[in-house]
Design a protein around this ligand. Structure first.
Ligand code: MG
Length: 376
């Protein structure tokens, strides 16, 4: 079973405003036609893009691999016929003919159209009309129109390739769409469920709708941090901002808060902005014995300066002793205070390493952390 798609993009419609035809205008950083191409590509073996001759160089800059690029004709029908002709050698079983200006076509619509072609010569999506319909004359309602059985047609309109080629060859006058061509030739065309989301971008308002349908534009970053400090003489350790009594202390240039260091490095990591050692070099005496919250506050500030919200952090401490459990609420509260976050966005966990390795031998404590940052 081979399936081809024709993206009809030769129109010059500029009702959406701007100098460019709507299929070349920007939607979320790339032209509408690029979204359309990516939506269809996974479902078909061959894609033909039918372009206006003036747009061929523009297409080449997108770096999208169409199997055929052909020039459109003066009318939509002529453009579709040019697309069908390009598929003559490939001779696919099915062809889906789609408007370039419908970039939000869903996988469900595409697969429903393809599935319906197993039983019908044609299939196309449509949405039943739900608004009341009127006729109007000179600004006044002149009558009502029964909406029963009325549909708003969408694309892709799918057909058995040989049948639609023949139908187009027979067509004398110009047709509204390919379903009209198919029906004029006596083909049966099944209706599959369309979607409001599959809108045809025509006006500036449609761009705004398409943009909101794509959902909030989010930039989500994830970073990890890992740190180790060794035990030495002392009577307490600092862990995630909490002073925990212990028979030994962690050694380090600062207060050696291994958990807070891992969290800080996770934030730097998510930002792609180095690590603690880079921002606070151990060779610099001013950081000797420093409270680690200086480092964490710096990382949190950098995130804010770059427009990121810290969505959550998760830290795991690896040690046999001290027992972390009783201090977990205080650790979450301490990190929350320093980071200006709700405590429910912060997790502090602990595990032993089953007496294996340096943490198992109680030579030091290791900490791992993950941070998620969001810009919207
Ligand atoms: Mg450290």
């Amino acid at each position: 079973m081979s399936i081809a798609a024709i993206i009809v993009a030769a129109g010059r419609g500029t009702r959406a405003g701007g100098d460019l035809p709507k299929q070349w205008q920007d939607l979320r950083g790339e032209p509408v036609i690029a979204h359309t191409f990516r939506a269809l590509r996974p479902f078909v073996d061959n894609i033909v893009v039918v372009l206006h001759p003036n747009d061929q160089a523009r297409w080449a800059t997108l770096g999208l691999a169409a199997d055929h690029m052909v020039s459109g004709g003066a009318t939509r029908d002529a453009s579709v016929r040019a697309g069908l002709a390009a598929l003559e050698n490939a001779a696919p079983d099915y062809v889906l003919i789609h408007d370039a200006a419908r970039p939000l076509v869903s996988a469900a619509i595409i697969t429903d159209v393809i599935a319906a072609l197993a039983h019908h010569e044609g299939a196309a999506p449509a949405v039943p009309v739900t608004d009341a319909l009127w006729t109007g004359t000179e600004g006044f309602v002149s009558g009502t129109q029964d909406r029963a059985g009325l549909y708003r047609a969408q694309t892709p309109q799918g057909f058995h390739y040989g049948a639609i080629v023949k139908a187009h060859a027979q067509m004398q006058e110009s047709a509204l769409d390919d379903v009209a061509v198919a029906r004029a030739a006596g083909l049966d065309v099944a209706i599959v469920a369309g979607e409001e989301r599959n809108l045809k971008i025509t006006t500036a308002d449609d761009f705004a709708r398409a943009n909101s349908m794509l959902g909030p534009e989010m930039d989500v970053r994830c970073g990890n941090g890992y740190d180790v400090h060794r035990f030495g003489e002392g009577d307490h350790v600092w862990l995630c901002g909490v002073k925990v009594p212990h028979g030994r202390s962690l050694q380090g240039h600062s207060d050696a808060d291994v958990g807070m260091h891992a969290v800080t490095d996770a934030i730097y990591g998510a930002l792609g902005m180095g690590d603690i050692g880079q921002h606070f070099p151990p060779s610099d005496p001013q950081w000797k014995g420093a409270a680690s919250q200086i480092f964490l506050r710096h990382a949190v500030g950098l995130a804010a300066e770059n427009g990121f919200q810290i969505s959550n952090v998760d830290c795991t401490l690896v040690c046999e002793y001290p027992k972390v459990g009783p201090h977990q609420p205080a650790m979450k509260a301490a990190l929350a205070e320093i980071m200006g976050l709700d405590a429910d966005r912060i997790s502090v966990k602990a595990t032993t390493s089953e007496r294996l390795g340096f943490t198992g031998r109680e030579e030091g404590i290791a900490a791992l952390a993950t941070a998620t940052l969001v810009k919207s």
